[in-house]
Design a protein around this ligand. Structure first.
Ligand code: MN
Ligand code: MN
Length: 484
């Protein structure tokens, strides 16, 4: 049933209730999981509550895995994979759901803290594709970790509680912005202009300036006296977190919009929140995974980091993490050979889920209406992605799309198909091509959002629910299309 109606017109009273329940949990994940680490942590908690056990412990214990068993593995708290062992031979392939849990944001540099004219700042480098001008003059929070030289870890999350302070990036007042307003949008705010304002109170060193110049103060204190506001911030960091300036060298601090996910509209039909790309797909995939009873084909859910910067690195989809963990699972099932791993991966089917650009009537000229995604009409399939002649695309096989149409129709789940905008207007890619390298069937799909990559993104509650339903049907009903 490709894009027939608004889901709001189809849902029964009971479905509307389930939709609200699923969305309440979604908003909780958005609030508690604003970074890849936080999102992985919350996801692991949810998985454990649903009976998933850590794979590494089973490997150490030399346990075996049987149909019905549920295991998870994580890499450095940033990337997560779950397996629910099915009743069919695993070499027949798995049904895999994948999404990413990193989001565009502003990262703190390794030597960040400085003072200028009585104001203290953290210097930053933005992460992922952002319109820089959208990130000024909004309340910001700092989330992340500081790893001290002795290896101990300090978790930081400041700006989210009602009585927490927040942070901000300044912009030029309109009165003096005559020249700025003539710049094009990419240059209105420069990358080096995204420094975060963090304080303005000078430290009280006690004693007089004469004493200092007389040489009573130590060299390090003399240096600090020159930037008393920075010195005060360092003292506060020391008191609150036990960290020194040098500890920024081994920190991962992420600046994100402060505040909670909110219902949007008089009818409360939408969600306004940071980080819905791609936590809307990560959450719905995870929920589907956790609510699936022992499947025929082994079910798998992958939540990965670093998609927004190209999926490189050990926590990105291009790493061997997923392959290695799958090899461990196979070994515990009694299939230790490399050939078994190859067969399992090649015979698998995957929904690579990432957000779609929702049709926005205010910017209608960048969309082609027949092949656009609409809010409230269900999960979106992109047969291909890419840009400028499908370059960089992962193009799904029509045989696979046909099988997906069949199982979704049979289970009364609504879906739509789309492209990311008009031809040659732009484009983008996801993690699909990386998984396709194994020879498995992969298609890009996901849920529509408005203002993707903005500090606040907009989605439809109906799509969150329909996405969850679609992913569950895929895990339960997808078979190997070549009849294995
Ligand atoms: Mn994405
Ligand atoms: Mn993105």
């Amino acid at each position: 049933m490709a894009r027939e109606k608004s889901l709001w017109e189809i849902y029964t009273e009971q479905q509307l209730q389930e939709m609200e329940a699923v969305n309440a949990r979604y908003r909780e994940l958005l609030d508690r999981g604003k970074t890849e680490r936080e999102c992985a942590k919350v996801s692991i908690e949810m998985a454990q509550a649903a009976g998933y056990r850590p794979l590494d412990e089973l490997v150490k214990a030399g346990s075996s895995l049987c149909p019905g068993d549920k295991v998870y593995a994580q890499y450095n708290g940033k990337t997560l994979v779950l397996y629910h062992i099915g009743t069919e031979p695993i070499e027949n392939g798995m049904n895999i759901l994948g999404a990413h849990i990193d989001s565009p944001r502003i990262d703190v540099k390794q030597n960040p803290l400085y003072e200028s004219t009585g104001l203290a700042y953290l210097d930053t480098h933005y992460y992922g594709g952002i319109k820089k001008y959208q990130w000024v003059t909004i309340p910001l929070a700092i989330h992340g970790v500081v790893i001290k030289k002795d290896g101990s870890r300090v978790d930081i999350c400041l700006g989210e509680n009602e009585d927490d302070p927040v942070f901000a990036i300044t912009d030029l007042l309109i009165h003096l912005a005559q020249k700025q307003m003539t710049k094009d949008a990419a240059k209105v705010i420069e990358g080096e202009g995204l420094d975060v304002l963090v304080g303005s109170v000078p430290r009280d060193f006690g004693g007089s300036a004469e004493e200092e110049s007389a040489g009573d103060a130590a060299d390090s204190e003399k240096k600090l006296r020159k930037t008393p506001v920075k010195a005060n911030i360092l003292q506060l960091l020391k008191e609150r977190y036990g960290i020194e300036e040098e500890d920024f060298l081994s920190a991962e601090l992420e600046v994100v919009p402060a505040g909670r996910a909110r219902e949007l509209g008089f009818d409360r039909s939408m969600i306004l929140s940071y980080g819905q790309d791609d936590r809307i797909c990560a959450f719905t995939s995870l929920m589907a995974m956790l609510e699936t009873d022992t499947p025929k084909r082994t079910a798998c859910c992958l939540l990965v980091d670093k998609e927004e910067v190209g999926s490189q690195g050990a926590s990105g989809m291009q790493s061997r993490f997923f392959e290695n963990m799958t090899a461990e699972v196979l070994a515990l099932m009694g299939y230790p050979s490399a050939l078994s791993l190859r067969r399992t991966l090649q015979n698998s089917s995957m929904l690579s889920s990432d957000v779609s650009a929702g049709f926005d009537p205010l910017y209608a000229d960048v969309f082609e209406t027949k092949n656009a995604a609409y809010l409230g009409k269900g999960v979106v399939f992109n047969k291909f992605t890419g840009a400028r002649g499908k370059s960089g695309s992962s193009d799904a096989n029509p045989e696979f799309m046909a099988a997906i149409r069949r199982i979704l129709d049979e289970n009364e789940v609504q879906f739509q198909t789309a492209e990311l905008g008009k031809v040659d207007v732009g484009g983008g890619g996801t993690i699909a091509w990386i998984m396709a390298n194994y020879g498995m069937e992969v298609i890009d799909c996901g849920l529509a959002v408005l203002c993707m990559h903005a500090p606040m993104e907009i989605s439809s509650k109906a799509d969150v629910y329909e996405g969850f339903r679609a992913y569950k049907v895929f895990l339960e009903h997808m078979t190997n299309i070549y009849g294995l």
